[in-house]
Write a protein that binds this ligand. Sequence first.
Ligand code: GLC
Length: 589
Amino acid sequence: MSFDRTSPFLQRLENRIDLRTIPFSERGSRLMLFRLNNHFAVRLAERWFKRAPHISAYRRRPPLVEKWFFTDGEGRPLPVETVTYPHKVECFTPAGRFTIAFFDAETLLVALPPGRTGMTFQAHLDEGHTDRRGGVLRLTGRVRRNLVYTTNARLTRNEIRSLGPELQELHVGFEARPGDALLLHITPRLGFNRWVPRPDGVIEEAARQWHEWFAAAPPVAEPLRDSYYYAWWIMRSGLISSRFYTTREAMMPSKVHYVGVWQWDAYFHALAYRHVDMKLAKDQIRILLDHQQEDGMIPDAVHDEGVVTRLSFPVEAEVTKPPLIAWTAWKLYEQDHDREFLDEIYEPIVRWNSWWFTHNDEDGNGLCEYHHPFSSGLDDSPLWDEGMPVESPDLNTYLCLQLEALAKIARAIGEREDAERWAVQADEIAGRMVRVMWDEASGYFWALHRGRRIHVRTPFNLFPLLTGRLPKRIADRLVAHLTNPEEFWTRYPVPTVARNDPRYDPLTMWRGPTWINVNYLLVEGLRRTGYGDVARALRDRTLALVGRHRDIYEYYHPETGDKPPKAAPTFGWSAALFIELAIEASRCR
Ligand code: GLC
């Protein structure tokens, strides 16, 4: 059986990868192939802090390879039409078809059409030499990379020209027989792939791996499938292999836009992986625990070259992310009942839990505060406009869920006394939120800055609903806000600031747009509190919102459903939680 030709999953995703904005990539790979008009570019999902320390410098860095054209036998660029699949890009030119596929995570294979053709590109590298079967280009200095090209076709031309200090131009011409190919190996390492395999075998192997990945996913209702398998494509192509501080194979929030492992993103990603690969799911948790600090703190993010535990903007403070690790770990356990995993992670999570209560409760009232806006994951939310620290209902809700999960974990591993204690503490923190933050007059839980209420209305002010521990009359008031069209029940709910709040801005990140993780958490909260109909309505609207687009984005306009200009493409947790909601919707309609 040929997966390349017959896999229904691969056929379903034909041309779904739009190379103008979405990279063709592969599990474990740092390579991202794009196409602009008739030429291609290869960017690397690597930050290169040693060259450019600014946190988003890699987004502006020129591609490693650009202006990559296929040419005719005379070196003239050819027009190209592409057809993309998860496992290959077919490039149709007047001189025949070139097919690009991954040989391994560092190596692209180009199957050449028989006859005389060629290829040219520019590479932002500073050295190069040719040899009998290809050549080697290098970046030297603080960051070292090698680009090695090798072909088994006869070379009719092979030239590297230097166009400047860090720009080389390559021209090659081929006289290819059927089955000849070119390898493009891009690597920081010093061992190069120069053995050219048979292209059919490489393409078939890539097809098989992708097919098996999709086939392992639980089936969902037909109308959801196009977006569902695309979401699974994101969940596999967004993975990078381990390197230095990136201690495990890990999912990027977006290979194009966010290179690194962010703490709470990793937890949402793990939820999706638990349906197909438990080790991968658990590794998303382990990579954060690998970097737990002496005092129990878990970093905001992990990059190849180090971890983020402190930032100096917009305020100088330690930075982490919402405590959802225990909540996630329990969901993983419910899937495979692996007690050993709970034993592995219990103590680190207990240390993390006590870090919150010992270092983040300045007024000692048993409710914690954020000291850095980014610790909330809601970077620019108006909740932080009045300054830090902020004692907020979302954080204390997560802590309640964490205590509840710790109680279940402790019980499962036989730590009975601990379990009792965590269960009591979970109830206590929920009670404290009601006493300190609940406002009967407005029907909101207010966040507090130095004891003063922050009067901005966000879904996070409704989050205590998630604890499942509120008196019914309070829960009813929260759900009334949530389902009020003037506030949160827009066409594509839930906006991250109430629509009728003066600070509502539907295009700016956490100041108005709809985020899939917020909806996912609310769906769960509504369900456990007994609002099954509202939960279903929110779930279905969320699925409809994601399903409107070819790609899956970081956040959405809550009224039009469109992509705000700055929202990242191929976004991990939106894909992961779309998967979650789609599976749930298909199980219980
Ligand atoms: C942004 C988000 C944050 C997320 C990170 C990576 O900073 O505000 O919540 O963890 O991107 O996706």
